[in-house]
Every structure is written in C-alpha cells, then in structure tokens.
Design a protein around this ligand. Structure first.
Ligand code: NI
Length: 160
C-alpha cells in the first residue's frame, strides 16, 4: 500500500473526522512529526502533522502548488521504516492547498521542519518514500541494514 497512488477523499463526514483524530493520536504516541493515510492502512489523500511549536494540522486532498528554488538537507526518518534515517535534499519552503477535516479549503506557506514534514507526508499519498531520493547504492545499503535490524528485532521477540 505504501507504493500506491492514494485516492481523493470525497466525503467530509464524522468518519473522516474520527480518522483524522485517530491518526493524530497515533502520531502523538509514536512521537513523530507526520503521518499519512497509507501508513495506517488507509490509501486515501490524508495526512497529519505535529511539528514542535506548531499546531496539530490535518491535510486532506492536498496539493503542493509552489516550492522554493532554494533547497536544503535534513536527516529524515519514516514511521514505516523505523530506526532508519538519511539526509534528503528538498525545497526549503512550500505553499500547499488542502482541506481540513471539516471540508474547509486553506492555503498554507511553510518553511523549516513543517515544510519538510509536509513534503515527506505528501509523497506518501503518491506512493513515494524518502529513500527514493537516495542514490541507488545508499538506498540499498539502508535497506540491507534495515532488513538486518528487523530480523534481529523479530528474533528478540521470539525469545520472550
Ligand atoms: Ni514517512
């Protein structure tokens, strides 16, 4: 599912608001800054962000409409590839259009960690992961290490 193009959300109803609340709660518990639908088994265009010093935000059917020419590096991780991090270069500032959980349209200009989280989560809605930005050799190295770590984790679990 992490590799699928997500579908548009059509109904802004109580089920959607419950989904947004549940995703925010999951994100808070995971101590992350962003979480997208396909990461919780929902292949639809929704993600939430919880960036320090920023309010909790819900983005539905989002579209990044502008990105700055200026780019910068940041060590990214992903709740779907736990324990792994790698530097990714992305635009420093973005402008995004989306709907909130009540169906109200908004436009947001973001920079810093919020711009970073938005770009990372928005990618999830199009089946894209941050590892796709790495040079092939780096990506393979990361995935090999991740596989090794996951195996070690599974073995540990078996013992208890
Ligand atoms: Ni992610």
């Amino acid at each position: 599912m992490l590799r699928e193009e997500c579908s548009d959300i059509k109904a802004f109803d109580s089920a959607l608001r419950m989904l947004a609340d549940a995703m925010m709660e999951t994100l808070r518990e995971a101590d992350g800054v962003g979480l997208a639908g396909p990461q919780v088994g929902v292949p639809e265009k929704i993600f939430v962000t919880l960036v320090p010093n920023d309010e909790p935000r819900v983005f539905i059917n989002p579209e990044i409409i502008e990105t700055s020419i200026e780019t910068g590096p940041y060590e990214e991780g992903c709740l779907s590839i736990p324990g792994m991090y790698h530097e990714v270069i992305r635009p420093r500032r973005i402008r995004i259009q989306a709907f909130d959980a009540d169906g109200k349209a908004f436009t947001l200009d973001a920079d810093g960690l919020l711009a970073r989280a938005i770009q990372h989560e928005n990618d999830h809605l199009h089946g894209k992961l941050y590892i796709d930005y790495l040079p092939e050799g780096e990506r393979e190295k990361l995935l090999r290490l991740y596989e090794k770590k996951s195996k070690a984790r599974r073995n540990r679990k078996r013992k208890v």
